[in-house]
Design a protein around this ligand. Structure first.
Ligand SMILES: [Zn+2]
Length: 386
């Protein structure tokens, strides 16, 4: 069986939802650690504690005037709670909510009483509401994602000068003793240097999805890549890291980088390759930098054949993916991703039978081409300001 497929099947079907800090996430980490060990990699479970969050019940937004309407609603992760019977007020357009700079800059409405904000209603990227992360969880305000049709309803009602009144309910709580596990499998093919490449893919999911595309596919691709690197005995050192809790704020990769930095190990990281969402989508998206590393990545994307399967969109690294914490520390890096997200993105329908394994393999081919290139001609050491 295709190793990527086996991983995708186990994560999305045997385990299912793997939301940050929950039992599903912990079980996935332990299974992945066993997988890497079985393949023959020294493997470590890196545990860290964090302030977690849970949703106690699906949120709701109900408009009472000018007409009655129930919105599609999903939580923003780390949203504060309303009282159990909710908050009621008038709805006004608020502005743009920047959840991920450059990627998710979303229209936002505010529910007001006596000019105090009671809740924010954030318009989701497509269709019905899906849960999305909150980049600033320390600010505690009830925040609910609404659907794009609800946005059209509000635009039209407010455009007509109507007073829109609504009630929003969201019940959540913080989990002060949450923990999560990064799975670190190390391959050491070059004992002459302590330089290494970090390949990274997040295995957690959003709240209500088995997360096959996002991101069992990236983890499957990474495991396949690890096997290929080992089988080819490439003269390079690579840490393959399945990271936790990307969906709730990149906690796993942030902790990984902080720990490497504190132990003086970050200077040995030559580059970071992130694989996220590679089993669907009609375009290839590459975020990479700096310039010379981006050229290498694009060369591999072309030479491996990935680049001839679909249009390739190239961007500078952005937040919202697990290479970002490396990038801000000066480490060259790239994200390989198939994009735009399919309609089942972050939804319960993100299941295995929708996965296009030829897309997963093409992403792995590109990553393998890139790692082979890095083995032949390493990135200049001392690139980073650490
Ligand atoms: Zn993802």
């Amino acid at each position: 069986v295709d190793p990527a497929y086996r991983v995708m099947q186990h994560l999305s079907e045997e385990i299912g939802i793997r939301f940050g800090g929950t039992e599903g996430e912990h079980r996935a980490a332990e299974w992945l650690a066993r997988e890497f060990s079985t393949i023959g990699f020294p493997t470590e479970l890196q545990r860290y504690g964090f302030i977690g969050w849970r949703s106690l019940r699906a949120p709701s937004v109900t408009v009472s005037s000018p007409s009655v309407r129930k919105f599609s609603a999903a939580p923003i992760i780390y949203s504060a709670a309303t009282p159990p019977d909710g908050v009621s007020g008038v709805v006004r357009y608020h502005g743009k909510k920047e959840l991920i700079a450059g990627l998710y800059e979303l229209d936002c409405y505010v529910l007001l009483a006596d000019s105090h904000p009671l809740a924010h209603l954030v318009v989701g990227p497509t269709g019905d509401a899906i849960s999305l992360l909150n980049p600033r969880p320390i600010i505690q305000l009830p925040m609910i994602v609404i659907g794009t049709e609800d946005h059209a309803f509000l635009q039209s009602a407010l455009g007509d000068g109507a007073e829109v009144r609504a009630t929003a309910i969201i019940e959540t709580e913080l989990v002060p003793d949450a923990y999560a596990l990064n799975v670190i499998a190390s391959y050491r093919g070059n004992t002459n240097t302590s330089q290494r490449v970090v390949v990274i893919a997040h295995y957690d999911t959003q709240l209500t999805t088995p997360g096959c595309y996002d991101n069992a596919s990236g983890v499957g691709s990474m495991v396949d890549l690890a096997i290929r690197v080992k089988t080819a005995r490439l003269p390079i050192n690579v840490d393959f890291v399945a990271v936790a809790s990307e969906e709730i704020g990149m906690h796993g990769s942030t902790y990984l980088v902080q720990d490497l930095k504190e132990r003086g190990e970050l200077r040995n990281v030559a580059a970071c390759i992130c694989i996220d969402q590679v089993s669907a989508g009609d375009g290839v998206s590459v975020w990479a930098g700096p310039e010379d590393f981006r050229e290498r990545v694009l060369f591999s994307v072309r030479e491996s054949g990935l680049g001839s399967m679909a249009p390739v969109k190239v961007d500078d690294p952005m937040p919202g993916c697990d290479m970002w914490p490396f990038w801000v520390e000066g480490i060259p890096g790239c994200l390989l991703m198939w994009w735009r997200p399919p309609p089942y993105y972050h939804r319960p329908e993100d299941t295995l039978e929708k996965a296009d394994m030829s897309k997963v393999r093409a992403a792995t081919d590109a990553a393998f081409h890139l790692v082979k290139g890095l083995a032949r001609s390493p990135v200049d050491a001392g690139h980073a300001a650490v």
